[in-house]
Design a protein around this ligand. Structure first.
Ligand code: FES
Length: 309
C-alpha cells in the first residue's frame, strides 16, 4: 500500500502527465499491484486501476484544467464553422481591377490558388480546371485543412478538446482503449509530411498574391488590404517552416552535421521557430480567418480598402 500526500499528488499531476505513472510505480509493477488502492492523505481513496492507468476519479487536479480544452474547442469549432460557411459562399472572395477605390487584387487565402472554372475573372492563377464548377475553395481547402488536421500540435489539441483522450494532463481518459495512430483512420495522420510539401507550394502562391496586392491605382502602393495579405503570408510561412516535418527535413537522418553544413544551418534556423510552433499555429489560424473576413467585407462593399500610400 502506497501512501501519497495529496499535495504532492496534485502538484505532480499539474506538472506533467506522468504524475500518475509515479503513483503507479509506487504501488508495484505487477497487475495486482496496479489494482491496489493508495490512500491519499486525508482520505481520498485512489484506485490504481483501469487499462490505461490512473485513479478511479476523474482527476485529483484542483486547478481549472478544463479552461484550456474548452478554449481550444471553442476556437477550433468556430474556425471550422466559419471556413465551411465561407467556402460555400462562392462570392466576395476577390477584389479585382475594377474596384472603384483603386486598390486591387485582394484574394482571400481560402480561395487561393484559384484554379477552378468558376473563379471570377482576374482571380485565377493561370490554370483552370474546366470540370470544376463549384466553389473554388472546395477544390483547394483540403491542402491547408489536411496540413492543420494532421499537424502534431493540433492533434494533441483536438484529441484533448474534442475526444477527451485525455482532456488534460492527469485527467481521466474517456476511452477505455488506445491503439495510438496505428490503425485507420488515425493511421492517415502519417500523411503529414506530404501535406507539408503541398502547403509549401500553396504558400508560394499566397506570397505571389501578397505581392500582387501592392498593385494600386495602376501603380505600386499600399492599402490596408496589402498589409493584411502580407502579414497573412508571413504567418503562414512561419507556421510551415516551424513544422516538425520541416525540421526533420532539414536535419533529420544526419549522422554528422560537420559533413552537412548546409543542412545544419537550415536546421539551426528552423529549430527556434519549431519551439514556437504552438503559438504560431494559433496566430496564423486566426489571421487566415480574419484575412478572409477583410477581403469579404471589401469585396461586398461593406468597407473601403483604405489606401495608405
Ligand atoms: S504543421 Fe504542425 S507539426 Fe507540421
Amino acid at each position: 500500500m502506497a501512501t501519497v500526500p495529496a499535495r504532492a499528488v496534485n502538484r505532480g499531476a499539474v506538472v506533467c502527465c506522468v504524475g500518475w505513472l509515479r503513483l503507479d510505480m509506487a504501488s508495484g509493477p505487477t497487475a495486482a499491484g496496479r489494482r491496489r488502492v493508495a490512500t491519499v492523505s486525508g482520505s481520498t481513496p485512489v484506485a490504481i486501476a483501469g487499462r490505461r492507468g490512473g485513479p478511479n476519479v476523474m482527476t485529483l487536479r484542483q486547478d481549472r484544467w478544463w479552461i484550456q480544452p474548452l478554449t481550444i474547442f471553442s476556437i477550433l469549432f468556430a474556425f471550422v464553422v466559419y471556413v465551411t460557411w465561407a467556402a460555400f459562399q462562392n462570392r466576395n472572395y476577390y477584389v479585382g481591377a475594377n474596384y472603384v477605390h483603386g486598390a486591387r487584387d485582394l484574394l482571400s487565402p481560402l480561395y487561393s490558388p484559384c484554379i477552378a472554372a468558376s473563379c471570377v475573372p482576374g482571380s485565377t492563377h493561370h490554370v483552370q480546371l474546366s470540370w470544376w464548377n463549384f466553389s473554388p475553395a472546395l477544390l483547394i481547402l483540403f491542402i491547408p485543412g489536411g496540413f492543420r488536421l494532421t499537424c502534431y500540435y493540433y492533434r494533441r489539441s483536438y484529441y484533448r478538446a474534442f475526444w477527451w483522450s485525455p482532456p488534460s494532463c492527469a485527467v481521466q481518459d474517456h476511452h477505455t482503449r488506445y491503439s495510438g495512430e496505428t490503425r485507420f483512420p488515425l493511421l492517415l495522420q502519417n500523411s503529414h509530411r506530404y501535406f507539408f510539401y503541398l502547403a509549401f507550394l500553396v504558400n508560394i502562391v499566397l506570397t505571389y498574391d501578397a505581392i500582387l496586392a501592392f498593385s494600386v491605382d495602376r501603380g505600386i502602393g499600399v492599402t490596408v488590404g496589402t498589409i493584411v495579405l502580407v502579414v497573412n503570408a508571413v504567418l503562414l510561412w512561419l507556421y510551415t517552416l516551424s513544422c516538425h516535418a520541416c525540421r526533420h527535413l532539414c536535419g533529420g537522418h544526419v549522422r554528422s552535421f560537420s559533413e552537412h553544413p548546409v543542412r545544419q544551418r537550415l536546421w539551426k534556423w528552423v529549430t527556434p521557430l519549431n519551439a514556437k510552433h504552438m503559438q504560431i499555429a494559433w496566430v496564423s489560424l486566426i489571421f487566415v480567418a480574419l484575412t478572409d473576413v477583410y477581403v469579404r467585407l471589401v469585396a461586398s462593399g461593406a468597407i473601403t480598402d483604405m489606401k495608405l500610400f
